[in-house]
Design a protein around this ligand. Sequence first.
Ligand SMILES: Cc1cc2nc3c(=O)[nH]c(=O)nc-3n(C[C@H](O)[C@H](O)[C@H](O)COP(=O)(O)O)c2cc1C
Length: 198
Amino acid sequence: MKSENIYIVWAHPRTDSLTARVVEEIQGEAAAQGMRSTTLDLYRRGFNPVLETADEPDWKNPDKHYSEQVQQLFGELQDKDTLVVVFPVWWYSFPAMIKGWIDRVLNYGLAYGGGRKIPVSRIRWVALVGGSGDKFAANGWEENLSHYLNTMVRYIGVEDSAVTFLYNTIGVEEGIDNRQQHYDALFSQARGMVKGLR
Ligand SMILES: Cc1cc2nc3c(=O)[nH]c(=O)nc-3n(C[C@H](O)[C@H](O)[C@H](O)COP(=O)(O)O)c2cc1C
């Protein structure tokens, strides 16, 4: 059986963040499962999320040659089966870095359009949420964000998409007596997502 090849895109200004730690856990579990993984650390790569003219789609020309950075980053997806996107939830959504990667890299004529298709067949989103799951779900955000993310990727032909929410990352909500234990539970949830890819 062909081994799974995972591409992990993540965004956080700090490499000592919980988000970065979750990425390490995902990589560790992928290795433990005999899967290959590659990461794209958007901040350290110096990625610019702003879409300029060079990367604006030309709807009449799916063969448009986009900027070097976009060609390079789309190329990195070529041999991958699963895309994992890890991010802290900022204002009930993903950080601008992730939005910019989607806008620029999953471009017309590359990821979709003109008979083209993104090489990955599965997408897993891992969203770190500062507040509690109860409040997030009660306000409809778990459903809204899941619906948005899972439906959006149908546009690029990916039906197999799921979101893992890691709650209480700030750790100040009631009911968390042992913060380390809580973080360990979040890491194990992230690892469980990887196990589910087998
Ligand atoms: C700009 C900004 C917006 C945020 N918006 C939300 C939010 O909408 N809901 C929430 O629960 N937490 C929110 N948070 C908290 C982050 O989700 C939290 O800091 C993050 O999950 C912790 O992971 P980290 O240590 O890797 O940053 C926000 C944080 C920032 C910096």
